[in-house]
Design a protein around this ligand. Structure first.
Ligand SMILES: [Zn+2]
Length: 296
């Protein structure tokens, strides 16, 4: 195990659902509220982290209650990592990338190095699922970005985490001002894939292994049915298959989860089958589906 504080037997992660109640509605997909997606995602990630024996502390007990930003960051006291979950907004409706924001102190210490490392790993992982590029932004704690004379660079949650000595990252899961992106994030199976992949990245970073069976905790959020699909298939079941494959580290090509079973999805499926003692025929039947869902 690494990247944990002295005396910790298991890693402890503090998860923050960005915003509360019904905040940050998408102008292009009216049923989308950033706060609701952040809330769902942080709950899914909590369940996935538990499978690795990672302990989770949440900043909010109630989705409707707001808490001051720095106070939320400070709840990461004694935790090994603080993550604030968000979906980005931009004036440009085409903006579409995954982003990890982290903060460094002037005399960059261990938690700053850790923050940068995990910000990069997580933004890469989210970008892969969304089928977009990844960015990492480094913010200095002692700069005066808004020019008001105070050296208090923004992102209060990160400042809060930093001042209690915990590595912190804000993860922006694409943009809700981008129509395709907002629609993508409204699908539970896509959120499940993001949570599963993020948990794996975090567990690998702490060097811990899975301790529980797949799907014991969260059931089957992918809504994958035991139907057979193959190259040429299209639709929701293909999306679910791709979400599962990508979450398990098998890239389905640059278009990510697109619901179209093409050669790259077939290649990913064959690789998965080969690594799991299944016939590597690129045909997703009941045996392969059961394996992907962790039923056997
Ligand atoms: Zn946000």
């Amino acid at each position: 195990m690494k990247n944990v504080k002295q005396g910790h037997i298991v890693p402890v992660v503090c998860l923050d659902a960005g915003h509360c109640a019904k905040q940050n509605r998408s102008g292009v997909v009216p049923e989308f509220y950033e706060s609701e997606i952040n809330w769902k995602l942080h709950n899914l990630l909590t369940e996935q982290l538990k499978k690795y024996g990672i302990q989770v502390v949440k900043t909010r007990a109630d989705q409707n209650k707001d808490l001051e930003l720095t106070a939320r960051g400070k709840m990461a006291r004694n935790c090994d990592l603080f993550l604030s979950m968000h979906v980005n907004a931009a004036d440009n409706s085409l903006a579409n990338y995954a982003l990890g924001v982290h903060m460094v102190d002037d005399n960059c210490g261990l938690i700053d190095v850790q923050s940068k490392e995990i910000a990069k790993l997580l933004s890469d992982c989210v970008a892969q699922i969304l089928g977009v590029k990844a960015e990492v932004w480094t913010r200095k704690s002692a700069s005066d970005r808004d020019g008001n004379g105070y050296k208090d660079d923004y992102y209060g949650v990160l400042r809060g985490a930093h001042c209690v000595g915990t590595a912190g990252v804000i993860i922006e899961h694409g943009f809700y001002t981008n129509k395709a992106q907002a629609k993508f994030l409204l699908k539970d199976s896509n959120l499940a894939a993001i949570a599963e992949a993020e948990a794996k990245v975090i567990a690998d970073w702490f060097e811990v292994e899975k301790t529980m069976q797949e799907d014991v905790v969260i059931g089957n959020p992918y809504k994958l049915e035991l139907v057979s699909i193959r190259r040429g298939s299209r639709g929701a079941q293909v999306e679910a298959l791709q979400a599962l494959l990508i979450a398990k580290g098998y890239s389905c090509g640059s278009s990510g989860i697109d619901g179209s079973f093409g050669p790259q999805t077939e290649e990913a499926l064959k690789a998965y089958q080969e690594n799991h003692g299944l016939t590597a025929d690129g045909f997703a039947g009941p045996q392969t589906m059961s394996s992907l869902l962790g039923y056997r």
